[in-house]
Design a protein around this ligand. Sequence first.
Ligand code: CAA
Length: 440
Amino acid sequence: MTAVGIDAVGIWTGKLKLDLPGTFAPEKGDDPEKYTKGLGLNNSSFPDVYEDIVTMGANAAKRLMDRKGLEPEDIGRIDVATESAFDHSKPVSTYIAGCLEQVYDGDFTHANKGERKFACLAGTQAIDDAYNWIRAGRNRGRAALIVSTDTALYARGDPGEATQGAGAVAMLIDEDPSIVELSMEQGYGSKDETDFLKPNQQFPSVDGKRSVQVYLSRMREALEDYESVTDDIELDDFAYAPFHTPFPGMVRKAALLAYRHVIRDTEYEDDLADEIGRQPREADFDDREAYEEAIREYMDELKTTEQYQTWYDTVVEPTLGLSREVGNWYTSSVHIARVSALRDALTRDRSFVGDTLLVASYGSGAQAEIHAETIRDGWTAEIEGLDIDDQLASRYDLTWSEYEDVHDVHEYDMDVDREIEEFTQPEGEFVFTGWGRMNE
Ligand code: CAA
């Protein structure tokens, strides 16, 4: 069967930056280490006044298309994943296609366009849809363009304000892909939850602490479901484990949960038994509460072991590099975690064609999805072709009052006055010039 997977990537970061330990923490009266060590974030990306989900998505897609030498004729499907949409009817993909048609020969009349929504999981679901479309042979030799794009803003004063971000990732899904092949098997953990909602509102209503627990519960269920279709997960099978990363501290918790789950009844658990004992078994406890307390104590011990820390530093920590500098990109978060891992492999000159990634996506509301991806032999050229370091380095560093102004500007409210000066100068890119008009 021909391999199907991710053939190319384009990234666009919002062009402004908020320094969390340097600018945000002093305003909030917090210790800067709450951000750098607790949440694991140095900076957040923000959109300049002429940027939004459409311009960021179109700019990421254009980067990808230019690098691959693609024309609209080569793309048969455009799906946008976002939880920041401003239109309840017309999908954001039509706005992005409209932008792209201004600069390429030909148009996307032939392309099926849509919008995928399941909070931060939607980018992965859009990739699944593209995979199925290609596998079903409906693509007529064309590739699918998936764009995940979000302005992940919270109301000012909300605890989530520390975990904001803005950016887009464009991915080309195709046969015989250069970067990774997607596996057939998937595991799901899905339940109706109300920890993070946006009912007809731009800024989310969030129960932050509960959202962390919901993420962990759905992840555990997805691991169990994944094991049921793959005959268990072997710890050494995975070179990296990119997870959905609302902030790196969340992944620290999810990785520990995944590790405990995966080492159960294996030689890894045996190796640790002298040091920290064996994992508590529910059957040995009279009530669930006592069992859960015992698990918490085991996890506290587990995370201090050399065995766990070596695994975490090798397989998980390298996936957090971009997230630490840009914050939460919602639908793009797991996709920049994958790119972070591949960038790490590049800097180590690591040759790992044929190795596997354990990819864990999550969306509030809530659903986790787990699958594997196999590295393909074109991955180095694709990752070397990214210019994300230059983009990060040229972001404008906001003062606190500039941050407040730009936060006010980014409301999807047609009556909001966007008349504040831009902080950066656009150069050969799509910019917002008023509702209904997006020009390069
Ligand atoms: N030095 C080191 N660490 C410190 C510290 C210091 N001086 N001060 C605090 N910390 C640590 C805390 O101990 C805590 O770590 P642990 O959780 O490991 O104990 C961490 O820093 C954060 O501190 P708080 O819990 O006190 O932070 P908070 O209450 O202000 O906010 C939050 C945390 C609830 C996650 C908030 O940022 C939030 O609401 N975020 C938005 C919701 C979110 O991202 N949820 C994640 C799961 S949902 C999801 O994934 C979907 C999505 O993308 C939104």
